[in-house]
Design a binder for this molecule. Structure first.
Ligand SMILES: Cc1cc2nc3c(=O)[nH]c(=O)nc-3n(C[C@H](O)[C@H](O)[C@H](O)COP(=O)(O)OP(=O)(O)OC[C@H]3O[C@@H](n4cnc5c(N)ncnc54)[C@H](O)[C@@H]3O)c2cc1C
Length: 490
């Protein structure tokens, strides 16, 4: 099949999936107003792959299928391939302003990581099954989402609660699964879902050690969406929710059959607990590109907002905006660092001796991308949103286009709501965007997303505490502590 057009992508979603939103069952997701905006955005990305202006960056040749495929599915052999991926990740996330956390790109990178991790720990059969899924994605140009986290029915323990998805029947041709997983961003408008691990499973929990891929129209699979934030209010009033509300859903697997060729892990705890632990780092590169694009967009919007009120002329606001620009420069460096880490690890996997030549330290120890996603970006993005709030002030609490166009008061809006040499229409347009980034339900969800999308931030930090680099740091301090207190050399 090869690369799909936006129209073909839309057609593929008319599949009879069981989807529920705002209290109703939706028969055709492409016709529902809640998804019109985000589907237009995603269809645009599919069309961009076919556009000669973008095709060189967004697509690569797939020798296996004999057709072009998305660069986001390119398995990198060397640094040149990694840079091609970085350029593609950057372009696609700039086309979406970093506001879509779960572009299909995220999962394409993640699944390549799964394959690399399983291979690294010697789970070759599972890695081969993942590879077969990736080959299908390249051939069919599918949009994939994922669901990793057990329901919140009991967080007093890390063990799977009975509500978590599990294997309830093993057949010769596959397995039957039952239970729920959260929280699947993009699920309403994706083609397939990857069910994968988050918390490690322990002996006795083999039925919960499940990794598989399924089409989102699989019989028995229910997509239970959160409330829509795109309420059809138009792109002037809701310029971000009207374009980038990617949707989140709890997935309920009500006795869903998974054919054997879609099962990656079914009961092997060792494989399950190593599905991403030893990944080379495609995911962090994509995440760093997305976050950098978002930071750039926020820095730009804050500057534009400051100009619409005249505050950009004041050193007090220039200082705030300057800090965001500084953070953006750091972000660019971290993105390059994530690319270098990925290249280094790919090289080491191919030739373990290369870890000892030239790079200073083995790539396994360097976690620039993950550290950037765990620590830097959540801070930098929250800070940029805070600066946006500061420069906009009460301007973010803003009337709608309706008042601007109203026959009785429109002229008063023109007279009293303008900025310095800036029309009321332009100022309102900017402030509606600021509102959608700082005050709307879309904005609140974006903030929550940045905090949680890499998983529980507490768990993430503790992993760094337990990493070899922490022991290296400790050893450095111990060296000085052990140096004695004598001030004169012996
Ligand atoms: C907008 C959004 C989109 C998401 N998209 C996806 C997706 O596409 N796919 C997917 O699989 N998941 C997704 N997630 C889920 C995400 O992975 C989880 O939110 C994350 O793993 C945290 O789990 P939880 O929300 O159940 O919080 P909990 O595990 O219930 O934790 C709640 C809070 O308690 C804190 N906490 C936990 N332990 C301790 C401790 N010992 N001491 C102090 N505090 C502690 C946590 O840090 C957290 O702040 C998404 C989440 C959000 C908010």
């Amino acid at each position: 099949m090869g690369l799909r057009s936006g129209a073909a992508f839309m057609e593929s979603l008319r599949d009879g999936r069981s989807l529920y939103i705002d209290g109703e069952r939706v028969d055709d997701v492409t016709a529902h107003p809640a998804f019109r905006g985000v589907l237009t955005t995603l269809a645009g990305l599919y069309d961009a792959q076919l556009d000669p202006e973008f095709a060189d960056v967004l697509t690569v040749w797939d020798a296996a299928s004999g057709e072009a495929c998305s660069t986001t599915l390119l398995e990198a052999r060397d640094h040149g391939d990694v840079l091609a991926r970085q350029r593609c990740d950057r372009l696609r996330t700039e086309l979406t302003y970093g506001l879509m956390g779960r572009l299909p790109d995220f999962m394409n990178a993640y699944l390549l990581d799964v394959k690399s991790s399983l291979e690294h720990v010697g789970k070759h059969q599972e890695a081969a099954r993942m590879d077969a899924c990736l080959a299908r994605l390249r051939r069919e140009d599918l949009a994939v989402t994922h669901t990793l986290v057990d329901p919140q029915s009991d967080r007093s323990t890390q063990d799977a609660p009975p509500e978590a998805v599990r294997i309830v029947e093993r057949r010769a041709d596959g397995i039957v699964i039952r239970g729920a997983r959260l929280l699947s961003t993009l699920a309403p408008v994706a083609n397939e879902v990857f069910v994968g691990p988050y918390a490690p499973r322990r002996p006795g929990q083999e039925d919960y050690a499940l990794v598989c891929m399924l089409p989102l129209d699989a019989p028995g699979l229910k997509i239970v969406c959160r409330q829509a934030y795109d309420r059809g209010d138009g792109l002037f009033d809701t310029p971000l929710s009207g374009r980038f509300d990617e949707g989140d859903a709890i997935l309920v697997f009500d006795d869903v059959f998974v054919p054997e060729d879609r099962v990656v892990v079914a009961g092997d705890l060792d494989a399950y607990n190593n599905v991403v632990r030893n990944a080379v780092g495609y995911g962090p590169l994509q995440g760093a590109a997305r976050s950098t694009s978002k930071l750039k967009f926020l820095a730009g919007l804050a500057t534009v907002a400051a100009r619409t009120t005249g505050r950009a002329a004041s050193p007090r606001y220039q200082e705030e905006l300057g800090e965001i620009m500084g953070l953006l420069n750091v972000a660019e460096g971290l993105l390059d660092g994530a690319a270098l880490d990925l290249s280094r690890r790919i090289g080491e996997r191919r030739d373990p001796a290369s870890a000892l030549r030239g790079h200073g330290h083995p790539g396994e120890e360097s976690r620039v991308g993950i550290a950037a996603l765990t620590f830097f970006f959540p801070y930098a993005i929250a800070k940029a949103v805070e600066v946006l709030r500061t420069v906009a002030g009460s301007g973010a609490i803003v009337m709608t286009e309706g008042e601007l166009r109203h026959e009785e008061i429109g002229h008063l809006v023109e007279k009293y709501v303008h900025g310095p040499e800036i029309s009321a229409e332009r100022r309102l347009q900017v402030m509606r965007m600021v509102w959608d980034m700082t005050c709307s339900p879309f904005a609140a969800r974006q903030a929550l997303y940045e905090r949680y999308y890499t998983g529980d931030p507490v768990v993430g930090r503790v992993l760094f505490f337990n990493a070899p680099k922490a022991r290296e740091a400790e050893a450095l301090a111990e060296r000085l502590l052990g140096a004695g207190t004598g001030v004169t050399p012996d």
